[in-house]
Design a protein around this ligand. Structure first.
Ligand SMILES: [Zn+2]
Length: 448
C-alpha cells in the first residue's frame, strides 16, 4: 500500500522532481569533495556536501543527522517512515566523495557541473553524485506531496567510500548501528545502467553480488650475498618466478548465482548458450559489456607492487610483492589454497585487508519492483542480475545482515559505456538519463 496525495502524480510534480534531480546533482558536482585516501590532503568537501544535503532535507521538513567522526568527513542519515511496519527498512545510500582528477585531461571543468549538448560533466556525474542528487530529489518529492513509501527508507549520504568507507559506512555500521535498525536490504551503486540487448532493446544490470577484496604480500627469502658471487638461493629470482606464475595463472570459472542469472536471462534474450565451452567466445560478442562480465567469472590475483634490494651489487636476503586479489562469494578458502599452489611452498604469503564478497538473492521481490519501475519507463527493458567485479559500501552494510543491491537506473544511448565512466576524464551523463533515473527511482522507493 502506498498513500499519495492527488497532486503527487501530476505532470508538474514530476517535472519538479526531474528538475531537482538534475539541479541538486549539479550543485553537488560543484562541491569539490575529492578523497585522495591520504588524510593530510583531504579537505572538508564531504562535510560541505553533507551540509548541503541536510539543508535541502530541512527545507522540506525532513529531520536528519549529520555525523562527522573526523573533521571534514561528514555523512548524513535520515529516515522516512513507511506505511507497512512489518516490512524491513530499505537503506538507500550514495557516497558524497569522489576520486581525484589529477593527471587527467578534462574538456570541461571537473567541478563545474556544466551541461554541454545535453550532457552533464563533472567528477561524480556517474560515481555517484547523480544518485545522491536523485534520491535527495525523491525524498523532497515525497515530503512535498505527503507520500508515504511502503517500507521505512533510510537515506544515507556517505563519506569516504572511495577509500574503503573507514570514516563513512564502515564507521556508522560499527558505531551507530541503531541508525540502520530494522533494515533488511540496501540499494546503491553499481548497476542500473542500460546496455544493448538486441534489436534496440536494453538490459538494465542489477548487481546482486560484489566481489570481495583481499590484499596479500608474497615474500621470498634467500641468502644475502655480494652480487659478484651469484647464489642458487636468490630471493629476487625466487620472487620473480612466483610473481610471473601469479600473472600467468587463470583461476577456474565459478558459476555463482549472480553470474548464472546473468547468463540465463541475457543469454536467452540474445540466443547465446554460454555453455562451458562457448562461454568466453559468447562473452566476446557483447562488446564493452564483455570486460565487465568477464571480470566476474573467476577470482583474480594481480601483482601491483614489488620491493627488493637497494644496491646493484648486493643480493638482498628478502624480496616482496603485493597482490590485489578479488574474491568471488564463497571462494575465500579456495582462493587461499589456489594461490598457495601457484606460488609454491617456499614463498611466505601474508594476508592483509580482507573483505569477503557480498551476495544477495537473485530472485528477491525487490528485483520485481525494479523490473516494473523500468517497464513503466522503457517497456522492453529487461532487468538482469549480475556480479559486480568491484566493491562498494554494500559490504559494510552486509555486516548488519543487510542484503545489498546495485541499481542506479540510467537509460543511456546505445554504445555509451557507463561503467567505463567511473574514475575517468570527462566523466559525464546525459541530462535525459538523470531525468529517467528520477522517475524510475521515485517508483522504486515508493513501492520497494
Ligand atoms: Zn562509487
Amino acid at each position: 500500500m502506498t498513500s499519495t496525495s492527488d497532486s503527487a502524480h501530476s505532470s508538474s510534480a514530476f517535472e519538479t522532481l526531474q528538475h531537482e534531480a538534475v539541479e541538486l546533482t549539479r550543485s553537488l558536482l560543484r562541491i569539490d569533495s575529492v578523497n585522495t585516501g591520504i588524510a593530510e590532503t583531504i579537505g572538508d568537501g564531504e562535510t560541505r556536501a553533507a551540509r548541503f544535503v541536510q539543508e535541502r532535507l530541512t527545507e522540506v521538513g525532513i529531520e536528519s543527522e549529520l555525523i562527522e567522526p573526523r573533521s571534514g568527513r561528514g555523512s548524513v542519515v535520515a529516515r522516512l517512515r513507511g506505511s507497512d511496519p512489518s516490512a524491513g527498512a530499505l537503506v538507500v545510500h550514495a557516497h558524497l566523495d569522489v576520486v581525484p582528477v589529477e593527471g587527467q585531461e578534462w574538456t570541461h571543468p571537473p567541478f563545474g557541473g556544466e551541461v554541454h549538448d545535453g550532457w552533464l560533466y563533472g567528477r561524480g556525474a556517474v560515481d555517484m553524485k547523480n544518485f545522491a542528487g536523485t534520491i535527495l530529489a525523491v525524498a523532497r518529492h515525497f515530503a512535498r506531496h505527503s507520500i508515504t513509501p511502503r517500507r521505512d527508507l533510510i537515506f544515507a549520504f556517505l563519506a569516504d567510500e572511495e577509500a574503503g568507507g573507514v570514516w563513512g559506512a564502515s564507521w556508522l555500521v560499527d558505531n551507530r548501528p541503531e541508525l540502520f535498525a530494522g533494515a533488511t536490504e540496501a540499494l546503491s551503486e553499481v548497476g542500473g545502467f542500460s546496455i544493448p540487448l538486441d534489436e534496440g532493446r536494453r538490459a538494465y544490470l542489477a548487481a546482486t553480488s560484489e566481489k570481495g577484496v583481499a590484499w596479500a604480500t608474497l615474500t621470498a627469502r634467500g641468502r644475502a650475498a655480494h652480487g659478484s658471487r651469484p647464489t642458487e638461493d636468490n630471493a629476487v629470482v625466487r620472487l620473480a618466478k612466483a610473481v610471473a606464475a601469479v600473472g600467468e595463472h587463470s583461476f577456474p570459472v565459478v558459476r555463482t548465482p549472480a553470474l548464472q542469472a546473468f547468463l540465463d536471462r541475457f543469454g536467452a534474450a540474445r540466443g547465446l548458450a554460454f555453455s562451458n565451452d562457448s562461454l568466453e567466445h559468447d562473452l566476446s560478442q557483447l562488446g564493452f559489456v564483455s570486460s565487465l562480465i568477464g571480470a566476474s567469472l573467476r577470482n583474480t590475483a594481480t601483482p601491483t607492487v614489488l620491493s627488493a634490494g637497494s644496491k646493484t651489487n648486493i643480493i638482498p636476503g628478502e624480496a616482496t610483492a603485493w597482490l590485489d586479489i578479488r574474491v568471488l562469494p564463497g571462494q575465500d578458502e579456495a582462493l587461499k589454497e589456489g594461490l598457495r599452489e601457484v606460488v609454491g611452498d617456499d614463498i611466505d604469503i601474508r594476508w592483509g585487508r580482507w573483505w569477503s564478497a557480498t551476495e544477495a538473492a537473485v530472485d528477491a521481490p525487490l528485483l520485481a519492483v525494479l523490473q516494473s519501475a523500468i517497464t513503466e519507463q522503457d517497456p522492453d527493458g529487461l532487468v538482469v542480475p549480475y556480479l559486480l567485479p568491484a566493491s562498494t559500501d554494500n559490504k559494510h552494510f552486509a555486516r548488519l545482515g543487510i542484503a545489498g543491491y546495485g541499481f542506479v537506473p540510467l537509460r543511456v544511448p546505445e554504445g555509451f559505456d557507463v561503467f567505463g565512466q567511473f574514475h575517468s576524464a570527462d566523466e559525464r551523463i546525459p541530462v535525459e538519463s538523470l531525468e529517467f533515473s528520477a522517475r524510475v527511482t521515485e517508483r522504486v522507493l515508493r513501492e520497494a
